[in-house]
Ligand binder design. Structure first.
Ligand code: GRF
Length: 218
């Protein structure tokens, strides 16, 4: 049987994409990255996969957002992914595109959602005087960073942390959390129904943590 197929949307350097590729190479994620899709043709993320698996287009080359997202959605669909992962994809996705892949689209966000949706989350956590910060993997819905949260990894904010130091420390957590969630998803254990994340068919009332993966994936 061929492994589950993952499509990745990325706008930038693609270190989270690389974490998935590394987990696949290490044998901890039984999956295949079948395509990387970008709104920035120069995105370094694209170079992490063979040319045949790259798709990019500038949104400004299309008549409007709908036309761009139709083309993006068609390209994703052509890759026949089981899961679609937004990993540093910096555009807000429209409802029509999200509906095409409903229940199969995940995003990694650098905050402990529902705290600090949107951009500049590390500065926001510092400005708010938060004791903890981290990252979340959640299902994508049309409302930004608002879908049901599957898993979170957290750290304690230190007195000398800056937005830059937090970005680095949270990124290291992202690189552990994202492959762990995808391993569950690719084992058929993760789903979403009616806006609720399900694990093994049961509603998840609290997000998984890095520790819980050791128990779930012995
Ligand atoms: C990550 O912090 C991700 O959470 C955020 O954008 C960053 C992307 O980094 N959405 P990379 O492109 O995966 O290195």
């Amino acid at each position: 049987m061929s492994p589950p197929r993952i499509a990745v949307l990325a706008s930038g350097r693609g270190s989270n994409l690389q974490a998935l590729l590394d987990a696949i190479a290490a044998g901890t994620l039984a999956a295949e990255v079948v395509g990387v899709f970008s709104d920035r043709p120069q995105a370094p993320a694209l170079l992490r996969v063979p040319e045949a698996r790259r798709w990019s287009a500038k949104p400004s080359a299309f008549t409007d957002r709908d036309a761009y997202e139709q083309a993006l959605g068609d390209a994703i669909a052509a890759a026949r992914p089981d899961w679609i992962v937004c990993a540093g994809y910096m555009r807000i996705l429209g409802a029509a595109l999200i509906a095409r892949f409903a229940g199969r689209m995940l995003n990694i966000h650098p905050s402990l959602l529902p705290r600090h949706r949107g951009l500049r989350t590390h500065a926001a956590a510092l400005d708010a005087g938060d004791a903890e910060h981290g990252c979340s993997v959640h299902f994508v819905i049309p409302e930004l960073d608002a879908g049901s949260v599957v898993a979170q990894a957290r750290l304690a904010i230190a007195p000398n942390d800056t937005a830059e130091s937090l970005a680095g420390r949270v990124l290291a957590l992202e690189h552990r959390l994202l492959p762990a969630v995808l391993a569950l998803a690719c084992n058929g254990r993760l789903a979403e129904r009616g806006g609720t994340a399900l694990l093994d068919g049961q509603p998840m009332f609290t997000p998984l943590t890095l520790d819980s993966f050791d128990r779930l994936m012995p």
